[in-house]
Design a protein around this ligand. Structure first.
Ligand code: HEM
Length: 386
C-alpha cells in the first residue's frame, strides 16, 4: 500500500506488480479463506491486467456496499452499518488532510491545497458526517474551529475500530496518481456508493410493499430514502473543494473508470422506473450488464407495481403518504442530478468527453431532467402540477 500511495497505481514499478502477480497465482495453493486477499490483488493489478474500471478504481469489492440481493437484514441495521462505514470513510479522509497539514511526509504530495481550502474541506467533511454521528449516538458538540472539530471527530471514531475495519480503510485507497486531491475524490465517491446501495435496498422494499398493497409503509420508506439522499448534499460541497487543476491532472489516468458503471446507482434508478429502450441500449446501461440482465429478466419497478394497483382502484390518490413519498424522493433525485451536473461542468466544462465513453457533461444534461417515476400521478407531482 505504501508503494502504491508513493507512486500512484499508474506508476508502480513492474518489479512490484510481477511479485503481486506471482502471489496471486499461488493463492490456490494457500489453504483457508482468501476472498479478501484475492479481491485486493485483482484491484491492485487492474491496470496491469487491463481490467481497470470504476469498481476496481474505488476498490468496491472490498467495501460493504449494501446489496438488496444479499442483505436481507432489518432496515435499521442496514442503516447503522452504512452509517458506520460512512463515518469511517470520512474520518479517514479527515485524518489524511490533517496529517498533510501537520507534516511534509504525508503521501500524495502533488498539488497540495492551500490551508484555507483544507479548513473549508474539513468543515464540509464534518457536516457530511453529522447525521450519521447523531444516529449512532456519538456526542458531538460543534465547535467553531473546523480543524479542532475534525481532530475530535477522528479521535471519537478511531476508539472502537476493529482490525478488519482498519484493514478495509487501508486497502481501499489506491489512487492512480500522487495528486493530493485524488484522496478526496476517491473517498467521496465511495461514500456515495454506500448511500446508493442502501437506497437500492429501500426501493426494493418499496416495490414489495406496493405490490402487497401496504401503501402507507411504501410511502414512509420512500420519504426516509429521500431524507437520506438529501442528507448526502454536503458531500457535494466537500467535493467542490477539489482543485480543478488537481482533478484534470489525475484524470488523465482514470480513463475507463466512470460512475456510469455504478451498479448501485443504476439499480436504484431502474427500481423506480424501467428505463426506456433507448436508454437501456445506450452506454448508460451497457456499462452495467448485471443490471441490464435483471431488467431483461423482468425486474419489477415501483412504477410497474403502481400500475397494477391503479388498475384495481385509485389507491394512490387515496394514500397521500405514498404520493408524498413519491414526490419527495423524485425531488431529491432531481436535486442530486442538478448538483452533480453543476459540479461536473465546473470541473470539466462542456467540451471534455467523460471517462465512461460519453460526450461528458452533455450526457448528464440530457439525463438530468428525465422523470424519476413515469407514473402519471407521481410525475405530475414531481413537476409541481397538482
Ligand atoms: C468532479 C466531479 C465529477 C465529475 C466531473 C463527473 C462527471 C461525470 C460525467 C462526465 C459523467 C458521464 C459519464 C462519463 O463518465 O462519460 C458522469 C456520470 C455519472 N456520475 Fe459523475 N462526476 C463527478 C462526480 C460524481 C460523484 C461524486 C458521483 C457519486 C457517485 C458521481 C456519480 C455519477 C453517476 C452515477 C453517473 C452516471 C449517470 C448516468 O448514467 O445517468 N459523479 N459523471
Amino acid at each position: 500500500m505504501d508503494a502504491y500511495q508513493h507512486h500512484g497505481k499508474q506508476f508502480v514499478s513492474g518489479t512490484w506488480t510481477t511479485l503481486l502477480q506471482s502471489a496471486r497465482e499461488r493463492l490456490p495453493e494457500v489453504s483457508g479463506p482468501h476472498r479478501q486477499l484475492s479481491a485486493f490483488l485483482n484491484i491492485a493489478l487492474d491496470k496491469t491486467d487491463d481490467r481497470y474500471d470504476y469498481r476496481s478504481y474505488l476498490a468496491l469489492p472490498l467495501l460493504p456496499i449494501p446489496d438488496p440481493d444479499r442483505d436481507t437484514e432489518r432496515a435499521d441495521r442496514l442503516l447503522a452499518r452504512r452509517d458506520r462505514f460512512h463515518l469511517l470513510l470520512l474520518s479517514d479522509l479527515i485524518a489524511f488532510e490533517i496529517h498533510a497539514l501537520d507534516t511534509m511526509q504525508a503521501p500524495l504530495p502533488q498539488l497540495r491545497p492551500d490551508p484555507l481550502v483544507v479548513r473549508k474541506r474539513l468543515r464540509h467533511a464534518s457536516r457530511s458526517a453529522a447525521p450519521a454521528l447523531r444516529r449512532l449516538s456519538f456526542d458531538v458538540h460543534a465547535v467553531g474551529d473546523p480543524v479542532t472539530f475534525a481532530r475530535r471527530l477522528i479521535a471519537m471514531t478511531s476508539i472502537d475500530r476493529s482490525s478488519d475495519e482498519r484493514l478495509t480503510m487501508r486497502t481501499t485507497m489506491l489512487p492512480v496518481s500522487t495528486v493530493h486531491d485524488e484522496y478526496l475524490f476517491i473517498r467521496v465517491l465511495q461514500t456515495f456508493e454506500l448511500t446508493f446501495g442502501l437506497l437500492a435496498g429501500d426501493l426494493t422494499a418499496v416495490t414489495t410493499a406496493v405490490a402487497e398493497g401496504r401503501l402507507p409503509a411504501a410511502g414512509t420508506r420512500l420519504t426516509l430514502a429521500a431524507t437520506l439522499l438529501r442528507e448526502a448534499a454536503p458531500l457535494w460541497s466537500l467535493l467542490a473543494t477539489m482543485q480543478p487543476e488537481a482533478f484534470r491532472t489525475f484524470r488523465t489516468h482514470t480513463d475507463g473508470a466512470s460512475a456510469i458503471q455504478s451498479r448501485a446507482y443504476k439499480l436504484a434508478e431502474s427500481l423506480c422506473r424501467t428505463p426506456d429502450p433507448q436508454r437501456l441500449d445506450s452506454a448508460a446501461y451497457l456499462s452495467v450488464p448485471d443490471v441490464c440482465a435483471r431488467i431483461n429478466h423482468g425486474q419489477l419497478s415501483i412504477d410497474d407495481a403502481l400500475d397494477t394497483i391503479r388498475a384495481d382502484h385509485h389507491a394512490l390518490a387515496e394514500t397521500p403518504v405514498l404520493a408524498d413519498g413519491l414526490r419527495h424522493f423524485a425531488a431529491a433525485v432531481h436535486q442530486w442530478r442538478r448538483t452533480h451536473y453543476s459540479l461536473a461542468v465546473r470541473m470539466l466544462g462542456t467540451h471534455q468527453p467523460g471517462t465512461g465513453d460519453t460526450p461528458g457533461t452533455p450526457y448528464l444534461l440530457h439525463g438530468r431532467d428525465q422523470p424519476v417515476f413515469s407514473h402519471r400521478n407521481a410525475s405530475n407531482r414531481e413537476q409541481g402540477i397538482p
